[in-house]
Design a protein around this ligand. Structure first.
Ligand code: DGL
Length: 276
């Protein structure tokens, strides 16, 4: 396996934190990180030209993750947040081995939290086929779901709907309802959003679940983990003033930018096209 040379920015607190996802979903993580770490400079990469990752092979997602990490490093990233459950499932271990000096923060469905919160010990997990069919996820269930019934539901079409900007649309609601039905029939009282796209429409998912189900996502715990990891390496940016955020995508900015603006509630957001 090829190891990659360390970069001087790995010890510079001014350097940005890189985030990536197959598309706009990882913005749900970036938003939480921005709240927890407002001074940090950040770079976001949406691999929109190859979205969705959820139905792809692990090998494909791994090679995209390597290429994007190289791009983020070339832009000076001091740490990388894999803001995608599918890429964390397919590539996180490989990325850590390939870039040994670099801090990676990954994401996984919040089964541990759900297990603590659930009163009836029945939880549902929505995610992509790649995440829910993967080894990391089955290890997570083995280690943290003892005594709990976990019903996982691979969701088709929802990522595409969000990428298309159908955030407030009956077609998106129909996909949500269709995929929740089998979980609600099992009587779940806790639902894990196991794909970073879904928190973008968390209110709609919660409304479709009804008041008896708690819906949880992983943005905030990931942001806290990032803060701990940067702190442990003396990499927290201490300069006063809000950090800068730059947005890149392998897709067409005219298509991607309006969706990103809606999610970030920032009409001035600009997207630069890059094809690592
Ligand atoms: N947002 C991603 C995840 O958390 C990827 C979804 C996809 O591209 O299928 O899994």
């Amino acid at each position: 396996m090829k190891k990659h040379a360390a970069c001087p920015c790995l010890s510079d607190p001014e350097a940005p934190v890189g985030f990536f996802d197959s598309g706009v979903g990882g913005l749900s993580v970036l938003r939480a990180a921005r709240r927890a770490l407002p001074r940090e400079n950040m770079i976001y990469f949406a691999d929109s030209a190859h979205c969705p990752y959820g139905g792809r092979s692990s090998g494909f997602v791994r090679s995209r993750s390597l290429a994007i990490t190289r791009f983020l490093l070339a832009r000076g990233a001091k740490a990388v947040v894999v803001a995608c459950n599918s890429a964390s499932e397919a590539a996180l271990e490989h990325l850590r081995r390939s870039f040994p000096g670099l801090e990676f923060v990954g994401i996984e469905p919040a089964v541990k939290v759900a297990q603590r919160l659930s009163r009836n010990h029945r939880i549902g997990v929505l995610g992509t086929s790649l995440t829910l069919g993967g080894e990391r996820f089955s290890r997570l269930l083995e280690n943290f779901a003892a005594g709990t019934e976990v019903y996982s539901q691979p969701v088709a079409g929802l990522v595409e709907s969000i990428e298309a900007g159908r955030l407030d649309d009956p077609r998106t609601d129909a996909i949500i309802r269709r995929n929740l039905r089998p979980l609600l029939k099992k009587g779940i009282d806790t639902l894990v959003l196991g794909c970073t796209h879904y928190p973008v429409i968390k209110e709609r998912i919660a409304a479709a679940c009804g008041p008896g189900v708690e819906v949880i996502d992983t943005g905030l715990p990931v942001a806290r983990q990032l803060r701990r990891r940067l702190g442990a390496r003396n990499l927290l940016r201490l300069s006063l003033g809000a950090g800068r955020i730059e947005y890149f995508s392998s897709g067409e900015p005219a298509v991607v930018a309006p969706v990103m603006r809606a999610i970030m509630a920032d009409p001035s957001l600009r997207v630069i096209r890059r094809a690592p």
